[in-house]
Design a protein around this ligand. Structure first.
Ligand code: ZN
Ligand code: FE
Length: 241
């Protein structure tokens, strides 16, 4: 595992993710909503910034980019099809692109639903999934642009990733998601155990992420939906919750 990951809290409930390749020393950041918390973390670590990886165009994922680019001149990576609404891209990517990050590679997975141009990144050498606002712990992103079927198919693309993959999602929504998830599967013992864990973590102000993909498979109603119809029903119920 050469790539390590660390959360940088931003705004009220966003996480930007700091990636470090231990072989080359390269540093990347995912979805910087703000520059200041990123700069503070980089200065504390004594690091520069080599890459910015963007999942989608929403302000709470890109607004820190201009200041970070001006200060560190990193390469900016994002979906080429969404370039018109992203900051200027140095490396436009698409489904299956492999971005070289030091000794490791990030694989691009197109995951439309939350937005049509939303992409995720998977780092096999580190077991890290960066799903942006596609998948949250015990939840999934709202359908601002895509359909429930698109989102179901997008999440299904994570199906071939190992159970021990670290899910590094874009928001700390777990405490509210767990309340809804329990209405879908009140008797799921893994979910009930996760609910207690989440309560304990939030009580001490700790992050509930990363979480393993295996744990999400056992507890997240959106990952457990059997088909697009069931997924759509759960998504609609969550919108009303
Ligand atoms: Zn978003
Ligand atoms: Fe967001």
């Amino acid at each position: 595992m050469t790539v390590t990951v660390q959360a940088i809290p931003m705004l009220s409930d966003n996480y930007s993710w700091l990636l470090t390749d231990s072989v080359s020393g390269k540093v990347g950041i995912v979805d910087p909503a703000e520059a200041a918390p990123a700069i503070a973390t980089l200065e504390r670590l004594g690091k520069g910034l080599d890459f910015i990886f963007l999942t989608h165009h929403h302000g709470d994922h890109i607004d820190g980019v201009p200041e970070l680019v001006a200060k560190y001149h990193p390469l900016v990576v994002g979906n080429g099809a969404d370039a018109h609404r992203l900051p200027p891209l140095d490396i436009p990517v698409h489904e299956g692109s492999q971005v070289e990050f030091g000794s490791a590679k990030l694989r691009v997975i197109e995951t439309p639903g939350h937005t049509l141009g939303h992409i995720s990144y998977y780092i096999a050498d580190g077991g890290i999934l960066l799903p942006g606002d596609t998948l949250f712990s015990l939840g999934c992103g709202r359908l601002f642009e895509g359909t429930a079927t698109q989102m179901f198919n997008s999440i299904a693309k994570y199906g071939d990733l190992p159970d021990d993959t670290l899910v590094c999602a874009g928001h700390e929504y777990t405490a509210s998601n767990v309340k809804f998830a329990l209405t879908i599967e009140p008797d799921n013992t893994a979910l009930r155990a996760r609910a207690e864990e989440v309560e304990a973590l939030r009580a001490k102000g700790a992050a509930t992420l990363p979480v393993s993909l295996g744990q999400e498979r056992a507890t997240n109603p959106f990952l457990r939906a059997k088909d697009a119809e069931e997924f759509a029903r759960i998504r609609a119920a969550k919108d009303q919750f």
